[in-house]
Design a protein around this ligand. Structure first.
Ligand code: FES
Ligand code: FE
Length: 453
């Protein structure tokens, strides 16, 4: 149990005036409390069903600092278990992925079936008969699991609301990252996962992907060659012109989710740009026409980035995919990037996108390096005794949002830190053990009462 002073959480997070203490990004007691208060309650993204397509397939993942096994059992049902033997805690699965009929613990050889049941216990009759309850010694399962359009989410909290309630109005933005480019629901697959560790607090990454459009100058060099995240590229093209006339929105949702999307004008246009590859151009243009036919007005919404609280982010367009920012220590994070493509896209499209993703993202990607440099220097520069006295400034576009917009949430029509302020309000609610009603916005009076205190 962390000894952190929970009565001081609201002093650390002052979103009304726009200040967040640096302690959130470096303090080890706060970090321990986050593992306990946030990562054992919130819905966390564990992986994707395409990583375990066949019975017996498994993929080891993480929830907070803990190793978990994402597994499809013999009957085809997906489970998520704690990767720790009930006997002395050894990891029952030491591989990243594979296929098995049993998980055999390397220590004393207890074996578990792919649906988590304890099956084999050496010398069971002579040493345990009548005492050992196999059922009670199954692998520890998550309390709730959701397969949302192929992505697998889980929580350890049996009281947690269902996943869609947790997601709230952030759903339509996340959908844009998960659905096929032609507007069909789901239908995506993971074509690769990048994993690496970087020396910065996990919230730097989560916050950046809420929609920190303000940081785009960091990517000036990639913008100049036309693969950066900014719509205002130095290399002007059709995509830039069309994005420039779209209405950009930054939306903060209950729980702490935040997104940056854009709404195209009535005469919405195809805006992917793969001018150097006619197959890609043709594929995406076809997808766009299909999407427009299926979704009508809904096709006007263009997703950029977002974070589903606490640590799952997405890129809605290219490079399309999900990022899990796994906490490792107060000042160290393990990044996992899952790259998505339409499952039934032509192989040439998948190959092109795989290369594009590697060039753009990941530890060697041209864009990701810019962000990593910012986060790791900001972390190390915030660790000093003097530096820690001075909170970070979050006053950008203070109060400049509307809560009365068809997209739901608090909507800003200008670059804003409102999404970050909303994220840290969510963070503070988890850290002071707020009720689920208050966290999801069901208890708006409770949240308002707390804000006024
Ligand atoms: Fe797994 Fe002993 S720790 S069988
Ligand atoms: Fe960036």
């Amino acid at each position: 149990m962390s000894g952190y002073r929970f009565d001081s959480i609201d002093k650390l997070v002052n979103t009304q005036d726009g200040f967040i203490s640096r302690e959130l990004f470096v303090d080890s007691d706060i970090y321990k409390a986050e593992l306990e208060k946030i990562f054992t309650r919130a819905w966390l993204m564990v992986g994707h069903e395409s990583l375990v397509p066949n019975p017996g397939d498994f993929y080891t993942s993480r929830m907070g600092e803990e190793s978990v096994i994402l597994c499809r059992d013999k009957a085809g049902i997906i489970h998520v278990f704690l990767n720790s033997c009930r006997h002395r805690g050894m990891k029952v699965c030491r591989y990243e992925s594979g296929n098995t009929s049993l998980f055999t613990c390397p220590y004393h050889s207890w074996t578990y079936t792919t649906d988590g049941r304890l099956q084999g216990v050496p010398l069971y009759k002579s040493l345990y008969d009548g005492v050992l309850d196999r059922e009670a010694n199954s692998l520890v399962s998550v309390a709730k699991l959701a397969n949302y359009k192929g992505t697998i989410w889980a929580t350890w909290d049996p009281e947690a609301p269902d996943f869609l309630t947790y997601l709230g109005d952030a759903k339509i933005h996340l959908d844009q990252a998960l659905d096929c480019r032609d507007g069909r629901e789901g239908g995506s697959e993971v074509i690769g996962v990048h994993k690496w560790i970087f020396p910065a607090n996990w919230k730097f990454a989560s916050e950046n992907f809420l929609g920190d459009t303000y940081h785009n100058p960091s990517h000036r060099s990639v913008d100049l060659i036309g693969i950066g995240p900014s719509a205002a590229s130095g290399k002007k093209g059709r995509r830039d012109d069309e994005l420039a006339v779209a209405q950009h929105v930054w939306v903060s949702f209950p729980v702490g989710h935040g997104v940056h999307s854009a709404i195209q004008p009535e005469q919405n246009q195809y805006v992917e740009s793969f001018l150097d590859n006619p197959v890609l151009e043709e594929y995406f243009r076809h997808c766009y026409e299909e999407r427009k036919r299926r979704l009508g007005d809904g096709a006007r919404l263009l997703p950029f980035v977002g974070t589903i609280f606490p640590n799952t982010s997405y890129h809605g367009r290219q490079p399309r995919g999900l990022c899990a920012w796994h906490p490792h220590s107060p000042t160290s994070t393990e990044a996992w990037r899952f790259f998505l493509v339409d499952k039934d896209a032509p192989q040439e499209v998948k190959d092109y996108l795989r290369h594009y993703y590697m060039r753009y993202s990941g530890p060697a990607g041209m864009t990701e390096q810019d962000d990593l440099e910012n986060w790791l220097y900001a972390t190390s520069a915030s660790m000093g005794t003097v530096a820690r006295r001075y909170p970070f400034n979050y006053q950008q576009s203070l109060g400049a949002y509307t809560s009365d917009h068809p997209l739901g949430g608090d909507v800003s029509l200008q670059v804003t830190e409102q999404i970050a302020r909303g994220y840290y309000n969510g963070w503070a609610a988890f850290m002071r053990n707020a009720s689920w009603d208050e966290i999801t916005g069901g208890d708006r009076k409770g949240a308002a009462r707390h804000a006024a205190e």
